[in-house]
Design a binder for this molecule. Structure first.
Ligand SMILES: NC(=O)C1=CN([C@@H]2O[C@H](COP(=O)(O)OP(=O)(O)OC[C@H]3O[C@@H](n4cnc5c(N)ncnc54)[C@H](O)[C@@H]3O)[C@@H](O)[C@H]2O)C=CC1
Ligand SMILES: O=C(CO)[C@H](O)[C@H](O)COP(=O)(O)O
Length: 323
C-alpha cells in the first residue's frame, strides 16, 4: 500500500517509520522542510506541498494494482484500478492545522480517497470534517506517545467500516499489531474514546502524584524509585505510567530535581469534563486532576481572599508577600 503522511513531528515520524518498516510506500510532507528531508532520508518520497503529495499518491495509485477486498464490495466500484483512491494520514497539531490541511486537500479529494486524522482532534470537529469532505474520513485516537516508535500505538478509529478495513494493513503497522487497533463506531467515536482515555490518563497521573507526594513528605525516608520498581513488579497498581514514575525518579532524583511545580496541557481533559457535564456523568477524579493543573499555573485569588477572611472573622495572622 502507498500512504501519504502529512505532519512529521514526534508522532507523524513514527507513523512514517513503522509503515515503511512494514514494507509499504510513504509520500511525506511537513511545513518544515527539515522534517520532510529527514523522512526522505528514512525512505519516504518527499513532497513539497499538500497538492504535490496528493499528485504523487495519485500517480502511484494509477501504477499499482488494486488490493481491495472484503467490505469495499458494499461500495460503488467499477473495478478499475485507475479509480482506486489515495490514502492519507494527518499527524498535525489538533485544531487549525487540521482544517488548513484539509482545505488544501479538498479540491483534490474524491469519494474513493481515505483521510485519517491521527491527532488529538475534538470529536465534534471530526464529525464536522467527515460531513464536509468527499473522502471517507477516519478519526483515529492515537495513544502510546514517542514510545510507540518501538512498541507501536493503540489506535481507536471512528468512521466508515469499509475505509477502516481498507486501511487495516496501515493500522496493523502503526499499532502494536492487529490487537492494537479497532473500529469504535461511526464518525467521531475514535476521537471521543481517545478524549475519555486522556481524562483517565489525567486521573491516574493525579493518583500516582498524590501517593508519591505522601511517601515523599511522610514519616519514612524512602527511595521512591525503589518503591515504584517494587510496585511495578506484581503490584495491583503496576502500569506504564508507574514505569514512567520509576524512570522519572531514576533520571531526576528522589526530589525530582529542578522539575517545576507546574503542569501544562489540559485541552483534552477539559473536553472530557465538558462532555461529562453535558451527559450528567460525575467525573470528580478527572475534574480534580484537571483543576490541579490549572491551579499549578497561577497564584490563586480565592486562596488569598480565604487568608484575609481568616483575619476578618478570627484576627488570625495574614501571611503577606515578601514576608
Ligand atoms: N506527542 C504525543 O505524545 C502525542 C500526540 N498526539 C497528537 O498527535 C498530533 C501530533 O503531535 P506531535 O507529533 O506530538 O506534534 P509535533 O509538534 O511534534 O509535530 C507536528 C508536526 O506537524 C507539522 N505541521 C504543523 N502544521 C502543519 C501543516 N499545516 N501542514 C503540514 N505539517 C504541519 C509541524 O511542522 C510538526 O512537524 C497532535 O494532534 C497531538 O495532540 C497524540 C497522542 C500522543
Ligand atoms: O494524547 C496524549 C497522550 O495520550 C498527548 O500526550 C497529549 O498531549 C496529552 O494531552 P493534554 O496535552 O491535553 O494534556
Amino acid at each position: 500500500m502507498q500512504l501519504g503522511v502529512i505532519g512529521l513531528g514526534r508522532m507523524g515520524r513514527i507513523v512514517v517509520d513503522r509503515v515503511l518498516d512494514a514494507g509499504h510506500d510513504v509520500v511525506a510532507f511537513d511545513l518544515s522542510a527539515e522534517a520532510t528531508a529527514a523522512a526522505a532520508e528514512a525512505g519516504a518520497e518527499p513532497a513539497d506541498s499538500v497538492a504535490d503529495l496528493y499528485e504523487r499518491l495519485s500517480e502511484g495509485e494509477r501504477s499499482e494494482p488494486s488490493n481491495r477486498t472484503g467490505s469495499e464490495a458494499t461500495r460503488e466500484d467499477d473495478g478499475s484500478d485507475a479509480d482506486e483512491g489515495v490514502r492519507i494520514w494527518l499527524m498535525v497539531p489538533a485544531g487549525d492545522a487540521v482544517d488548513a490541511t484539509l482545505d488544501d486537500l479538498e479540491p483534490h479529494l474524491t469519494d474513493d480517497d481515505v483521510v485519517v486524522d491521527g491527532g488529538n482532534s475534538h470529536f465534534e470537529d471530526s464529525v464536522r470534517r467527515a460531513e464536509a469532505t468527499d473522502a471517507a474520513y477516519l478519526d483515529c485516537g492515537t495513544s502510546g506517545g514517542p514510545a510507540g516508535a518501538e512498541l507501536g500505538f493503540s489506535l481507536m478509529v471512528g468512521g466508515p467500516a469499509w475505509a477502516y478495513e481498507e486501511l487495516t494493513p496501515v493500522f496493523d503497522a502503526v499499532a502494536t499489531g492487529p490487537a492494537g487497533h479497532d473500529r469504535m463506531g461511526e464518525a467521531g467515536s475514535g476521537h471521543y474514546v481517545k478524549m475519555v482515555h486522556n481524562g483517565v490518563e489525567y486521573a491516574l497521573m493525579q493518583a500516582y502524584g498524590e501517593g508519591f507526594e505522601l511517601l515523599h513528605e511522610g514519616r519514612y525516608d524512602l527511595d521512591l524509585e525503589a518503591v515504584a520498581r517494587t510496585w511495578n513488579n506484581g503490584a495491583v497498581i503496576r502500569s506504564w505510567l508507574l514505569e514512567l514514575c520509576e524512570e522519572a525518579f531514576r533520571e531526576e532524583g528522589n526530589d525530582l530535581g529542578d522539575v517545576a511545580d507546574r503542569v501544562e496541557g489540559g485541552s483534552t481533559g477539559t473536553w472530557t469534563v465538558q462532555e461529562a457535564l453535558e451527559q450528567e456523568v460525575p467525573v470528580p477524579l478527572i475534574y480534580q486532576a484537571l483543576a490541579e493543573r490549572f491551579d499549578s499555573r497561577r497564584e490563586r485569588f480565592g486562596r488569598r481572599l480565604a487568608s484575609r477572611l481568616r483575619y476578618g472573622f478570627g484576627r488570625h495572622d495574614v501571611p503577606r508577600n515578601g514576608e
